[in-house]
Design a protein around this ligand. Structure first.
Ligand code: ADP
Ligand code: MG
Length: 373
């Protein structure tokens, strides 16, 4: 096992979005330097990076030079090519481990991981090519699932790369959409709400889990996360146990996000895992304000080989994403609530569906919601 980083050492971050930006700021807080490697010239994380490198992930020579100047490398984005990680891990430690990246990059590999851990996930069929869609749909229908999600194996995010099928009338269009790609066809889960666990695992195996959040998505994009989630204690314990099982199986180091569906009658009685993100996660942004040690700080501590901090929260929190033009109202958003914390990601261009910032409203645990505002 590699040495722990000393203050002043450099953490390399692959990927230049808002997650990389917040990781770099957490590294700076700890007296570590952050260097960002990303392909896009206007990457938001470049603004807070020492000597950023703008090059494609496929530029092996640039990656090697970058790695040589870092003490440890991490990533904020699960679509970094696995072979790029393989190249740099010959030079420096890379966390989370490549096997975690590989399992999360491909929806079939992700399902195989859940199966190996004996964890619940939606019923699914592998669709190797467009012609296999109809029999897959028939098979799911035969098992009692009328509605399904067709998800391309790779590169999906924010609801992109997937299509909801309401019935066999949707198959032909879905085949066109799929083209020559492979996919999984997954039964639609009739969830009460969505939830997620953010957890960190240190190099020595220590694990801390943040309380599950309750997540709301709009058009496949996370719009809001809040804690407490409304999950009963028993299901919170289940969510933690499932997350620990995944981390232990992967010999994970760093922060992971595990998305889940809460299912049941009027109240949730069980959880089904939807997706695993081998990185800090949008549904954990509330930890910046509601916990002493945020997901970003715990990720940096984990990859640097430092002791983790507590995941306990000292406030109820509601995190709201600012998508596209919503962020233009930042001044009003600030004026509305004194206990509101605002984050803007420094993105030059506003685009519909693009995450431009977020805010977090806090209610300290020992104070009534309306106090002082
Ligand atoms: N099997 C499913 N049943 C019900 N809703 C689903 C299912 N799969 C995805 N969704 C909805 O679509 C959202 C995005 O899907 P997800 O698989 O998490 O992809 P990504 O976040 O990578 O775009 C989920 O958060 C959920 O709201
Ligand atoms: Mg998701």
């Amino acid at each position: 096992m590699s040495e722990r980083l000393a203050p002043g050492a450099t953490v390399g971050i692959l990927g230049g979005g808002q997650l990389g930006r917040m990781l770099a700021m957490a590294a700076a807080k700890l007296g570590l330097r952050a260097r960002v490697f990303a392909p896009e010239a206007d990457s938001p994380a470049f603004q807070v990076s020492e000597k950023p490198v703008c090059a494609p992930f496929e530029d092996i020579a640039a990656l090697r030079r970058f790695a040589e100047q870092c003490g440890v490398i991490t990533y904020e984005f699960e679509n970094v090519p696995a072979h790029s990680l393989a190249v740099i891990e010959e030079l420096r430690p890379v966390f989370p481990p490549r096997r975690a990246l590989v399992s999360a990059q491909d929806r079939l590999a992700e399902r195989r991981l859940l199966q190996a851990c004996r964890l619940p996930h939606a019923d699914f069929e592998f669709v190797a090519e467009a012609a296999a869609l109809e029999p897959a749909f028939t098979a799911l229908r035969g098992r009692g699932h009328a509605t399904a999600y067709l998800k391309k194996l790779r590169h999906g995010y924010d609801g992109k790369g997937q299509l909801r099928l309401e019935g066999s009338q949707d198959i032909a269009a879905a085949q066109d959409w799929l083209g020559r790609e492979a996919a999984i066809l997954e039964a639609a889960v009739p969830f009460l709400f969505e939830s997620s666990v953010i957890a960190a695992r240190a190099r020595d195996g220590d694990i801390v889990c943040y309380e599950p959040a309750r997540n709301t998505h709009t058009h496949g994009i996370l719009s809001e996360s809040r804690v407490p989630s409304g999950l009963p204690e028993r299901l919170i314990a289940d969510a933690f146990a499932m997350t620990r099982a995944i981390m232990e199986r992967l010999d994970y180091v760093g922060v992971i996000g595990v998305e889940m569906f809460a299912i049941g009658g009027d109240k949730p009685d069980s959880l089904v895992i939807n997706e695993i993100a081998p990185r800090v996660h949008n549904s954990g942004h509330w930890t910046l304000e509601a916990c002493t040690v945020s997901q970003f700080e715990n990720h940096i501590r984990a990859v640097a080989g430092w002791p983790l901090g507590s995941a306990e929260r000292h406030a109820d929190a509601r995190m709201v994403n600012l998508i596209g033009e919503e962020a233009d109202a930042w001044a009003d958003i600030l004026a509305q609530a004194p206990h509101r914390s605002l984050h803007l990601y420094g993105k030059a261009e506003t685009r519909p569906g693009r995450k431009m910032g977020h805010y977090c409203d806090l209610t300290p645990l020992n104070r009534a919601p309306s106090a002082e505002s």
